[in-house]
Design a protein around this ligand. Structure first.
Ligand code: SAH
Length: 352
């Protein structure tokens, strides 16, 4: 039996059912067997791929978007550049290569990486050492300077809880043992204060998702941007409001059962952009758009044509396939959204 399945069963026997967020934390971040601590979870030989792993243009456009804002509002000022969940460091490497020609931008940048996986930290170090990054595990340690933040497919990996609406309160979905196997069941109905606001727009039987860690992170980012300027860019798949079960597992062969082989598949759930926006609005302004729209506005077509000039055959084909996948409404273009956070009473960032 795989180690993590065994461990989950032992925990249930000892302490009772596991909440979904506890199971996700174990499966993704266990120091030895967690999915993100295995050798190569992301990219071409990993089980899933992300936008920056498909094309260098993704990171480049983000870099140029940040540089544009920096030049406009904070020219020559030192600033903090923070990436949450930098994966293999590809996005940041492309971002800072693209901005290397912009006068004083890279020399003014202090790079911070927020990452829990030891094996991915090692890869980030190889890729980004040249920029002397600092790894942080808390956002309140950031310096008081304009803050530029990127998080791509980070929030979807944070542990999520699921609740089914009962008559007047919520039944949490948990993982228990059934005939010796891991299986889902619902707890008894009980009040859950953070979801009081969803009692009015849900009906008995509806399922919604709730991510505990998101609010705190968004608040820290928004507060930093309010106090020191800068901008945030959060790109992920999700909707304005959580509605329905979006918890999924992607393994070597594509979609797989969420409870089978923990540690062997990537577990994610859609991001609830509405709850992020309501936290952020206490400090900053926000704007939400679709990934396809953002990339098109930032000039993905022109940059792709330029890069394509030096490509032939299969390379050219996979180049255009990647671009299409990122922007087409029926691929990632619409499902993936981009949220920007920026100081109140300033212009909306480029691309939105
Ligand atoms: N942004 C990258 C990687 C996305 S995968 C890309 O676009 O390719 C999710 C990333 O978030 C990984 O680097 C993973 O190790 C990190 N991560 C997941 N949960 C985390 C947590 N709780 N705290 C910090 N980093 C986390």
């Amino acid at each position: 039996m795989p180690e993590l399945e065994n461990l989950a069963k032992q925990l249930i026997l000892k302490n009772g059912p596991l909440r979904l967020d506890q199971f996700m934390e174990l499966a993704l971040l266990h120091p030895t067997y967690g999915y993100y601590n295995k050798r190569q979870p992301i990219g071409k030989i990993g089980t899933f791929t992300t936008a920056p792993e498909m094309t260098q243009i993704f990171g480049e456009l983000i870099g140029l978007c940040f540089a544009h804002r920096w030049k406009q509002f904070y020219p020559h000022q030192e600033f903090a550049l923070l990436e949450l969940g930098p994966g293999r460091g590809t996005l940041m490497a492309d971002c800072l290569r693209a901005t290397s020609g912009i006068e004083q931008f890279n020399p003014s940048c202090r790079l911070f990486l927020f990452e829990r996986s030891t094996s991915l930290k090692a890869q980030q170090k190889c890729r980004l050492n040249h920029y002397q990054p600092t790894w942080i595990d808390r956002l309140d340690t950031l310096p008081q300077m304009p803050l530029f933040v990127i998080a791509n497919e980070f929030f979807d990996a944070l542990p999520v809880r699921q609740f089914q609406r009962g008559k007047v309160a919520w039944k949490e979905k948990v993982i228990d043992l059934s005939k010796g196997r891991l299986d889902y069941r619902f707890q008894c109905e009980a009040p859950f204060e953070p979801l009081n606001c969803r009692l009015s727009d849900t009906q008995e039987g509806d399922l919604i998702e709730h991510r505990e860690g998101t609010g705190e992170l968004i608040e820290a980012i928004a507060r930093g941007i309010k106090n020191n300027g800068g901008m945030g860019l959060i790109i992920d798949y999700g909707e304005i409001k959580s509605q329905g079960d979006t918890f999924q597992a992607i393994g070597q062969q594509g979609f797989t059962d969420t409870l089978s082989n923990p540690g062997e598949s990537d577990l994610t759930a859609h991001v609830d952009f509405g709850s992020m926006i309501s936290v952020a609005h206490n400090f900053v302004d926000t704007c939400l758009t679709e990934q396809g729209t953002l990339l098109s506005n930032l000039g993905i077509q022109i940059r792709s044509q330029h890069l394509a000039q030096n490509m032939r055959g299969l390379e050219l084909e996979s180049h255009w396939a990647a671009i299409n996948r990122l922007v087409h409404p029926q691929e990632m273009g619409r499902l993936f959204k981009a949220l920007t956070l920026f100081p109140k009473n300033t212009s909306i960032p480029e691309g939105f």
